[in-house]
Design a protein around this ligand. Sequence first.
Ligand SMILES: Cc1cc2nc3c(=O)[nH]c(=O)nc-3n(C[C@H](O)[C@H](O)[C@H](O)COP(=O)(O)OP(=O)(O)OC[C@H]3O[C@@H](n4cnc5c(N)ncnc54)[C@H](O)[C@@H]3O)c2cc1C
Length: 331
Amino acid sequence: MSPEAKILTNDNGLHLKSEAKYFFDFDSIDDLKKITDFAKKENKSIQIIGSGTNAIFPEYFSDVVIRSTNNDFTLDDAGDRVSLSVGAAVVWDDLIDFCVNKGLFGLGNLAGIPGTVGAAPVQNIGAYGEEISNFIDHVECFDLDTNNQVRLSKSECKFGYRKSIFQESDNLIIVSVGLSLLKKFEPKLHYQDLKDHSFTDEGELVETVRNIRNRKIPDPKDFPNLGSFFKNPTITKEEYEKNSKLHELKSYDSDNGDIKLSAGEMLDKLGLKGLQLKNIGLSNKHALILINCAYPNGVCTADDVKHAENYLLNKVSDSYGITLEREPIYL
Ligand SMILES: Cc1cc2nc3c(=O)[nH]c(=O)nc-3n(C[C@H](O)[C@H](O)[C@H](O)COP(=O)(O)OP(=O)(O)OC[C@H]3O[C@@H](n4cnc5c(N)ncnc54)[C@H](O)[C@@H]3O)c2cc1C
């Protein structure tokens, strides 16, 4: 296998100007072993990418950049559940359609999330009261440190809110994801936007979720973005009581007694919706979504994102005493 030089500007959600000198597609463990040999010889690290919808790409990757082409599906009956193994390259929303067509239930609330199956466990993708971790049985990986294939059980993945072990373990390349899905339609509808709906099947749920998302989120085709740029902050009840500035915001009780706040509402209340900072703007539709304002004719880079991020972090910290946490990852 030999690497190619690749322009990645159209391969990341924000369309940031980006290129890699050493780029490989890989399909198998064998490919990964060959790429590891190459990287060792060149004294380079390896950077895995998916479709770049949760990543801030640098202008130049100094590492060897790799991307999976594994589009395999393997289905097995497992009593009252179904085991489904899905290749890392499969587009997440295609998996949703696959499940609807095969009568496999559970993932409907996660319809419409961009990206690949391989990246989905990395930040434990979630939406509308559901998270992928609730359906993960195991994650099949290649360990760059040992050059071996390893299977992580769900508990070994250390899932949390937009969190997993994969965010701290650059050595783990996800090659496929093992899901345990339901045979019966038992939708979770406690989330505000779904509460007042009734659904007879998963197809209806999926269509509704996609419609809600399309109404709320700017279309990445016209307004390149990475979805929510900051996580919703969670603080203790004590911190909340002490900070009267927060009492003007909506607050939600978490299961463990902590208080969850909306990062989007903070930006909105500060009048930042629609603001432009160099080549990055805050969407008019949703303050939490940062868009590339230079698209399609101008050039936007990771430096523009950093500039906007710092500005927003300072604004929120000065006004509310809260340090927001970024959701997308700088590569
Ligand atoms: C419009 C929009 C809406 C969104 N809505 C949501 C939402 O509702 N909920 C939500 O949770 N997210 C949401 N996101 C974020 C994004 O869709 C998810 O995080 C998605 O899983 C990213 O997939 P990707 O293939 O683009 O990963 P990338 O952005 O390419 O990579 C993300 C991270 O995963 C790592 N990675 C990628 N593939 C692998 C692999 N095979 N093995 C190991 N590590 C890997 C990368 O190194 C990087 O650190 C949204 C994004 C956009 C643009």
